[in-house]
Design a protein around this ligand. Structure first.
Ligand SMILES: NC(=O)C1=CN([C@@H]2O[C@H](COP(=O)(O)OP(=O)(O)OC[C@H]3O[C@@H](n4cnc5c(N)ncnc54)[C@H](O)[C@@H]3O)[C@@H](O)[C@H]2O)C=CC1
Ligand SMILES: O=C(O)[C@@H]1CCC=N1
Length: 267
């Protein structure tokens, strides 16, 4: 099988690597390029994968997944561009970095796909959106889809939606963990042991997510089913509205979208 290289193996690079291994990809068909030697050693020991220079990875692999920080993308592309050849596929997982940014730095004929994954891919429940660059055919898109499909769901979107996607599903797990953290703290304030509060909140989140997915019912309807007239839930939701939590979510996601837009400019 053609080799796939992952360049940049931090949180998201390892998430992709582990997902490919779990999905049955032979470790011999994978290569990793990682700047930090101690991290490279850790991954070699954990997965038995070969860590090579970015140059060697680019020479050998047909598909390159670029998983460095947006701020490091320019340098990485400058390093590998002389080794890239037409027909290769470059898949970028970086927030904010456009396919045009990458295409302007690689030889023409190199196909580029922009991906926005998220960390639940670690447990094969990822949500990745993919968008094609301008020299990308359906075969390339299908290849990127297969790559990301090893760790969860994949949705094709037009690239103009990518900054919004980043704000919703890319950063999304952090908002959910923030809510979970806040609910656990609230449970502790109400006198529950921390372990009890954690069990209650985590299972409530898993159960609620499963209801959303399995029933397909609108969240407002599910919320109404929990809200007895004059009851406890109504009392709680009133406080959330008073504290403008809905407006805060909108403002937060607008800020994430705007930050994604500015990352391509290197700020
Ligand atoms: N962490 C997350 O939840 C998500 C991250 N992303 C994107 O994934 C990318 C990576 O993010 P994280 O994994 O969180 O960051 P990270 O900092 O954990 O990982 C980046 C890795 O790249 C390595 N690196 C930097 N320059 C390199 C180079 N020239 N050659 C080889 N390795 C190099 C670093 O040593 C580090 O291990 C970012 O562009 C981010 O926008 C996208 C969606 C979700
Ligand atoms: O915070 C970030 O910039 C990255 C992109 C989406 C999730 N984490």
């Amino acid at each position: 099988m053609a080799q796939t290289a992952i360049l940049g193996a931090g949180v998201m690079g390892e998430t992709l690597l582990s997902g490919l291994v779990r999905a049955g990809r032979r470790v011999d068909d994978l290569l990793v390029g990682e700047k930090r030697p101690e991290r490279a050693k850790e991954l070699e020991e954990r997965y038995g994968v070969t860590v090579v220079s970015n140059i060697e990875a680019t020479r050998k692999a047909e598909t390159l997944a670029l998983v460095v920080k947006p701020q490091d993308m320019g340098d990485l592309l400058d390093e590998i561009a002389p080794e890239l050849r037409p027909g290769q596929l470059v898949v970028s997982l970086a927030a904010g970095i456009t396919t045009a940014f990458i295409e302007s730095r690689v030889p023409s004929g190199v196909a580029v796909v922009r991906v926005m994954p998220n960390t639940p891919a670690l447990v094969d429940e990822g949500m990745a959106a993919i968008a094609p660059g301008s020299h990308c055919d359906d075969h390339h898109l299908a290849e990127a889809e297969e790559l990301m499909g090893s760790t969860g769901r994949v949705l094709r979107v037009p690239e103009r939606q990518m900054d919004a996607v980043t704000a919703i599903s890319g950063s999304g797990p952090a908002y959910i963990f923030f809510v979970v953290e806040s609910m656990i703290e609230a449970g502790v304030h109400l006198g529950l042991p921390r372990a009890t509060a954690t069990d209650l909140v985590v299972q409530t989140v898993v159960g609620s997510a499963k209801m959303l997915r399995e029933t397909g019912t609108h969240p407002a309807v599910l919320r109404e089913q929990v809200t007895s007239p004059g009851g406890t839930t109504a009392a709680a939701l009133r406080e959330l509205e008073i504290h403008k939590v809905r407006a805060a979510f909108l403002a937060a996601m607008e800020a994430a979208r705007d930050r994604s837009r500015s990352l391509a400019e290197g700020s």
